[in-house]
Design a binder for this molecule. Structure first.
Ligand code: DLL
Length: 434
């Protein structure tokens, strides 16, 4: 079984495109038959499943948006009878009702398959003792990783997120060799371990599958330096399947998309046009093997680019560059576009700061105020006032030269910015509040 799955990552492009075309046709037929929303939206766009002669024809089909899922809450876009659904997950948005996703038995099998392939990309195998610190529950991270790890034959520890001291105890005592968690939570674990005098470097932990939130290369370097763990980026979203959409391999040069199941496109977020290879734009996925919830041209809002060249690992699967931000992540401050990930990289380039930061936006009259609160390292914090002042000025100048904005930089003491056991919260936008 292991060999079979592994081989799927090395298909030649012509065979892969043939498989994609057959699966895509079947999926379009099925949603047109079974999901009233798709029948209406295809009819409104004047397209029929039979119009798809080649993969490129997909561009004539309409997009699916997160709002379409909300409008058909909870099960209105399912393409199977509820009787065939065996699992339901949901992701909470910032507002309103959660986005609900469903899986048949076959979907769960495919999800485990793509997670096995994810872990093979990273170099995690049956011999590994794996601490799964993704949250178990409605969030797809916990159970998604769990089923893949079990199918691979690993010794999986279903820790879920939180309970930091216990995580560290288990890591040490059970001889954990690999971990799954959000990058921000893992860094927190590493720092607490350091503080307790039992650094992760001295445990058996060697590899981490980190994802569920944007993180920078600078953050990867911090994680690897403090823990000695090799950090890999894994990507996914509930609407597509959960984790298991794409993964970094040993080359750490882009994430391989499991494109025999998820057909990717990059579009211009403003006009919806498909962009050529290498262009940065919004990632769009069509699920070509999903049974319960096959979405057509789902707009993720995540910004990335695609590269089709062969990877040094030998995989032929297309690579997407890491998702550094979402199109709806962009903050507009006094007319200037700014992404939290850029602030993160900028902070981490300066000695003495940590990746724990919070961007606070307020308004006085018609003017936006930008404040960046950033935790400093314990060494800097115990330094004399002049050192702190110099650091504050450096950060202020860097932000000014990058954006032309005068930000208030507030250095805060180590440990004072709230830690999350899941996705980190980086922005507090109070501008709408009087
Ligand atoms: O976060 C699934 C997941 C779990 C992925 C565990 C990886 C590991 P959602 O909660 O639906 O699903 O959130 C999906 O999170 O559209 C991205 O904006 C963001 N995201 C996920 N992985 C990454 C990553 C899971 N590696 C949303 N880099 C996505 C950047 C990521 N952003």
């Amino acid at each position: 079984m292991r060999e079979d799955l592994f081989l799927k990552d090395f298909l030649d492009r012509d065979s892969l495109r043939q498989i994609q075309l057959v699966r895509l046709r079947e999926t379009l037929e099925r949603v047109y038959e079974r999901v009233p929303f798709y029948r209406q939206s295809f009819d409104a766009a004047g397209v029929k499943p039979s119009h798809l002669k080649s993969l490129d024809d997909l561009r004539h089909f309409p997009f699916t948006l997160k709002n379409d899922l909300r409008d058909h809450y909870p099960f209105g876009l399912f393409a199977t009878d509820l009787a065939d659904v065996v699992r339901i997950h949901a992701s909470s948005g910032t507002t309103g009702k959660p986005t609900v996703v469903g899986y048949t038995q076959e979907d769960i099998r495919i999800w485990s398959e793509v997670m096995v392939r994810t872990f093979q990309c990273i170099g995690i195998g049956p011999e590994d003792v794996v601490q799964n610190a993704y949250g178990y529950g409605l969030f797809t991270g916990g159970l998604g990783a769990h089923y893949g790890l079990e199918r691979l034959g690993c010794k999986v520890i279903p820790m879920s997120g939180g309970n930091t001291e216990k995580q560290l105890l288990v890591m040490q005592d059970f001889g954990v060799t690999a971990i799954c968690s959000t990058p921000s939570y893992f860094l927190h674990l590493a720092e607490v371990a350091e503080h307790n005098g039992t650094p992760i470097r001295k445990t058996k932990l060697r590899r981490g599958a980190f994802g569920a939130e944007p993180w920078s290369n600078a953050m990867r370097q911090r994680i690897e330096a403090i823990s000695g763990v090799s950090a890999f980026d894994i990507y996914g979203l509930s609407e597509v399947i959960g984790p298991g959409v794409s993964s970094e391999c040993s080359a750490k040069d882009g994430l391989h998309v499991f494109e025999d199941h998820f057909y990717p496109e990059i579009i211009d977020p403003d006009n919806g046009e498909v962009l050529p290879e290498g262009s940065e734009g919004e990632l769009v996925f069509t699920m070509i093997t999903k049974q319960a919830l096959p979405l057509i041209r789902y707009r993720t809002r995540d910004i990335a680019s695609l590269r089709y060249g062969k990877c040094t690992c030998g995989r032929t699967l297309v690579r997407m560059d890491r998702v550094s931000h979402r199109s709806d992540d962009m903050l507009i401050v006094r007319g200037v576009n700014l992404f939290p990930s850029q602030i993160e990289s900028l902070l981490l380039e300066v000695e003495g700061t940590t990746p724990y930061y919070l961007i606070v936006l307020t308004r006085s009259g018609a003017l936006d105020n930008l404040e960046v609160k950033v935790e400093v390292t314990p060494a800097v914090f115990s330094d004399e006032i002049r050192g702190l002042e110099r650091l504050r000025e450096t950060l202020h100048e860097r932000i000014k030269s990058l954006y032309g904005l005068s930000a208030k930089v507030t250095l805060v003491e180590p440990g004072s910015i709230e830690r999350s056991a899941g996705k980190a919260k980086r922005v507090m936008d109070l501008r709408g509040q009087a």
